[in-house]
Design a protein around this ligand. Structure first.
Ligand SMILES: [Zn+2]
Ligand SMILES: [Zn+2]
Length: 258
């Protein structure tokens, strides 16, 4: 599996990081974890075939995690109509409320309902996730737990023999720590330096504590606010000591081979 970090930041852009989106390149095609601002543009910039993306997992409905969803749906719908492309269905996973979120955006919003003229939901399958297994067969398992962040969920994905947990946004949460037992890859948010934390997020000191308990083979710290930019080196060292494994604090477009 290859992990391509499309957006390692937040809604406050820095030179290195913006938005939230991670691409998993798997034998089943591309799986997007969140689809924040710039996702489509970055995928095109790395030459990725958008048509191979057949699953999108949304952790919560904050704009830095979902803002490219409507452009993605329109891009598919119009490409299908004009060029006969995007014939495969798209599975979208998200926390409870996903159906209402899509309905409010596309059906109830009179300024955006024109998108339905392109039949953008025709081959879309929506899966509301909360606490439990949401997809399971021999090739792919997706499990979610709610986390403490505005109706958010964290996901555990098993594909190509790799177990990966993605926190989305959250405070340190025991449900996530249980979900991540024996995981290969932990992708966890690390929003602020300790003592400067705002909102329902995780600080650097808190993430160090979390990885010391989970001890994943690979730790990937994302969702860094600008306050974190000067601390990347020291955080990497601390996380390495605490986890005993490999540590990445990626910039946008960094690639991690698993
Ligand atoms: Zn959020
Ligand atoms: Zn966020």
């Amino acid at each position: 599996m290859r992990i391509i970090v499309l957006g390692a930041g937040t809604i406050i852009p820095t030179r290195e990081r913006f938005g939230s989106s991670i691409l998993l390149e798997t034998s089943l095609g591309g799986i997007l974890l969140d689809i924040g601002p710039g996702t489509i543009e970055k995928l095109k910039r790395i030459g990725y075939d958008l048509e191979t993306i057949n699953r999108i997992l949304i952790t919560h409905f904050h704009i830095d995690h979902v803002s490219d969803l409507l452009p993605f749906l329109k891009m598919r719908g119009l490409s299908r109509k004009s060029y006969g492309r995007f014939k495969e269905p798209l599975d979208i996973y998200g926390p409870r409320g996903l159906n209402d979120f899509i309905e409010d955006l596309l059906l109830k919003n009179r300024f955006l309902s024109y998108l339905m003229n392109l039949d953008v939901l025709r081959d879309i399958r929506l899966h509301e996730c909360w606490d439990g297994v949401v997809a399971a067969d021999e090739r792919l398992e997706i499990r979610s737990v709610p986390v403490e962040h505005f109706n958010g969920v964290a996901y555990r994905i098993r594909v190509d023999g790799i177990d990966l947990v993605y926190s989305g946004d959250t405070v340190p949460d025991e449900r996530l720590i249980r979900l991540a037992e024996d995981v290969d890859v932990l992708i966890h948010e690390c929003s602020y330096p300790s003592g400067r934390k705002l909102g329902k997020h995780t600080s650097d000191e808190e993430l160090i504590e979390i990885v010391s308990r989970i001890r994943p083979r690979i730790t990937v710290a994302v969702h860094l606010y600008p306050e974190m930019e000067g601390r990347v080196q020291s955080l990497r060292e601390s996380l390495r000591r605490a986890s005993g494994g490999l540590v990445y604090i990626p910039s946008d477009l960094d690639v991690i081979e698993v």
